[in-house]
Ligand binder design. Structure first.
Ligand code: CA
Length: 227
């Protein structure tokens, strides 16, 4: 089980890391919001322990950004501030639980175990991007109330775009990760573009808000509004 510990106080971070490692968890520590967001986007974690008071991007921002990217791992907020507004704001933004500092390590462990038990079933079975919902089990994609009639390849492209929503996806990335044929990403090959035309037609044609955009010379991006 991998846990990402986001905590800027070095001593606290070290104590958490040591304690959790001693319990058999695989622990990675981020000491800034930027680092936390980068790690959580790039690697797979079963749970995030998130301090709210961080320099730069604070815990609320990190939480919002993770959930916006459809990263659904359980998030347990650690906060020194015991104001009820913080707890409510955290839960509203997609945190699963919270713990007020200082806390007993035994309680932290109990809460982590509970979240890990609960969090495994519905993890990464669905992706959401704007009003698109992608069911990874039935491999069905909906936009609002409409089922999108996608080919297998179009579904894979949409899933990939949704996993990277808000970020530019290059032709090279699609060639490597969706087609598994890096040569497809070269300018001489237009297969990716042809498929993208079909996908965009199915996703965007009948809707006033366009979601798939071309970023000239770079690739594509799935988001509401022009990039
Ligand atoms: Ca802090």
């Amino acid at each position: 089980m991998r846990i990402l510990v986001v905590e800027d106080e070095v001593k606290v971070a070290a104590a958490l890391s040591e304690g959790l490692t001693g319990e058999g968890y695989d622990v990675l520590v981020a000491t800034t919001g930027e680092e936390a967001f980068f790690l959580a986007s790039a690697e797979v974690f079963d749970l995030v322990l998130l301090d709210l008071m961080l320099p730069g991007r604070d815990g609320f921002e990190i939480l919002g950004a993770l959930r916006k990217r459809s990263l659904q791992m359980p998030v347990l907020i650690l906060t020194a501030r015991d104001a009820i507004e913080d707890r409510v704001a955290g839960l509203d933004r997609g945190a699963d639980d919270y713990l007020v500092k200082p806390f007993a390590f035994a309680e932290l462990l109990a809460r982590i175990r509970a979240l890990l038990r609960r969090g495994r079933v519905d993890q990464v079975l669905r992706l959401k991007a704007a009003d698109i919902e992608i069911d990874l089990v039935t491999r069905r994609a909906m936009r609002g109330q409409h089922v999108l009639a996608l080919t297998a390849r179009e579904f894979e492209m949409l899933e990939y775009l949704a996993r990277h929503q808000g970020s530019v996806v290059s032709r090279e990335m699609l060639a490597r990760d969706v087609w598994k044929e890096p040569a497809r990403g070269t300018p001489l090959d237009n297969v990716i573009d042809v498929h993208m035309v079909h996908l965009r037609r199915k996703v965007d044609q009948d809707f006033p808000v366009k979601l798939i955009h071309t970023v000239r010379g770079v690739g594509f991006i799935l988001q509401e509004g022009e990039p």
